[in-house]
Design a protein around this ligand. Structure first.
Ligand SMILES: CCCCC/C=C\C/C=C\C/C=C\C/C=C\CCCC(=O)SCCNC(=O)CCNC(=O)[C@H](O)C(C)(C)COP(=O)(O)OP(=O)(O)OC[C@H]1O[C@@H](n2cnc3c(N)ncnc32)[C@H](O)[C@@H]1OP(=O)(O)O
Length: 173
């Protein structure tokens, strides 16, 4: 049986940096205080110059509700010398499980993210993030993932997450 694999985004596949020209600035109480175009706004993982930050492509399998991310973390993402910063790893884990949740459930937000960092990821190495939808309970989507080396011999990180579908009756966000 052939399994449909959808390329979600990737450099060289029409992956220009997304622009969001109509964002609201929000005050401390989360209420919009001023409408202003933020022409510099970028999806966080796409915010660094090519080759220096997050280099990745994601693939989604609609039949199995799985999203795979191939990631190379560039030199601007260094944490301890020679290795990826944990926050950069968390960003890409959140983005991958988030993509899995969005493509399965529509408009969602991360409510909870738990990460175990098992081994440090060498800077500029290529790793694979394998995520899958585990279950859906009402508006809640539970998605887990692991981060491995290409040869699958090294398990770098594991994570579980909860995404909540946005309630159209609520105004925020
Ligand atoms: C924003 C629009 C998104 C639209 C997306 C569409 C397209 C995007 C396209 C491309 C994007 C591609 C991929 C995604 C990339 C990256 C992903 C990054 C995502 C983020 O980086 S996003 C930022 C960080 N994220 C936040 O900034 C969330 C702040 N937060 C809230 O905005 C609310 O908290 C919210 C909305 C989460 C829920 O609020 P709510 O009012 O709708 O729901 P409520 O509180 O009633 O909870 C309902 C049920 O979830 C349970 N529940 C809730 N929270 C829980 C928790 N923490 N632990 C355990 N259970 C929890 C309750 O216990 C209840 O469970 P039960 O029903 O069983 O009682």
């Amino acid at each position: 049986m052939s399994i449909p694999i959808n390329l979600v985004r990737g450099r060289g596949v029409g992956s220009g940096r997304p622009r969001q020209d109509s964002l609201c600035l929000r005050g401390a109480d989360s209420k919009p205080v001023k409408e202003e175009p933020l022409s510099q706004a970028r999806l966080f993982p796409r915010s660094l110059e090519e080759g220096l930050g997050f280099e990745y492509a994601m693939f989604h399998n609609q039949v199995e509700n799985r999203t795979v991310c191939i990631l190379q973390g560039g030199p601007y993402l260094q944490g301890i010398p020679g290795f990826l910063h944990g926050g950069a790893i968390a960003t890409m884990i959140d983005s991958t499980v988030g993509m899995c949740a969005v493509l399965t459930g529509g408009a969602v937000m991360t409510a909870n993210l738990n990460i175990n960092f098992r081994r440090p990821i060498p800077l500029c190495s290529v790793v694979v993030i394998n995520s899958q939808l585990d279950k859906i309970e009402g508006r809640k989507l539970f998605v887990s993932c692991n981060v491995q080396s290409l040869d699958e011999k090294t398990l770098y990180s594991e994570a579980t997450s909860l995404f909540v579908k946005l309630d159209p009756k609520k105004t925020s966000p």
